[in-house]
Write a protein that binds this ligand. Sequence first.
Ligand code: 13P
Ligand code: SF4
Length: 341
Amino acid sequence: MITVEQLYEKLKPIRVGSPLCEFTLEHCQKIHPVIARIEELKQKENAIILAHNYVAPEILYGVADHTGDSYGLAKIARDSDAEVIVFPAVRFMAETAKILNPHKTVIDPNPDGGCSLADGISAIDVRRLRKQFPDHTFVCYINTTAEVKALCDVCVTSSNVYHIVETIDNDNIYFLPDKLMAMNVIQYLQDRGIKKNISWYDGTCYVHEEYGPDAIDFIRTGNPNVDVLVHPECQPAVVEKADYVGSTTSMLNHVRESSGDTFFLLTECGLTGILQSEFPEKRFVGSCTMCKYMKANSLQDVLQALENPRPDQIIELSPEVRQNALRCVERMFEYAEKTSS
Ligand code: 13P
Ligand code: SF4
């Protein structure tokens, strides 16, 4: 278990301009008993905690067994032999862990943790679209409910979307629900001379759609050597100006491997916080924004959910939805593992 001093060392470099992220030694002393109790319960229940890169730093550094992007965490959930998986993130991530682990208890400490993408499309919408586009392969972003995944052909994440769409053996693709990601994929394929007919749904991430190309111009004026990293949920005009585009974990790895010293990240604040903690010698300029859904998870929620989970915190899926959604998620693993080999 992490000590108060180790926790403070990890949290004190984090400066992302929110009261959530002003860490003092006193704060670490105050939260440490909660961390100790969570650790005790993890042992007792044979539980692991998987935390997305965007959740609060005291969860990431205090109690998480694994942190990462949606693809990395889905793989860890698939391969884990723990009996209980606690997933502080957003609902669709915990659902994906359940799709992969029907016999395990999967707990979502914050069951109201939606996502503007996942909440923007329903199974009814997909049924209607499948009738409208009968010869299309339906590709869904992992940011969708299990019911939506169950009606699609293959799932993708930000770490494999370009390669999977490129590899699919059908030129007619329906991509849902992120229209900005669909446009970025179209641009990627056009740049490589690949012709595919891609239709898309009209969803967006409410955090990433707000970033505009002007912010990059502004930051570059004062910091000519800045390395600009963006998530593929951003507008194409933002992606076009970026030095690097990738998932949250790929951006983290890019900074780790880069010899540069100044970075501007157009993504949720959680990632900037991790980078400030991991690389205190590097400079992170510009501002970031918070995802209210990811930030709704607290240490206290994690403790309560482990101690005595409420029915709405335990993920349950009907066998039919689970089996069909599993086919969709497994196809992602097949494509992703084939592309990366
Ligand atoms: P990653 O898979 O890149 O971590 O993205 C998840 C997400 O919700 C981004 O907004
Ligand atoms: Fe969903 Fe956007 Fe939050 Fe990611 S940042 S979980 S896409 S609302």
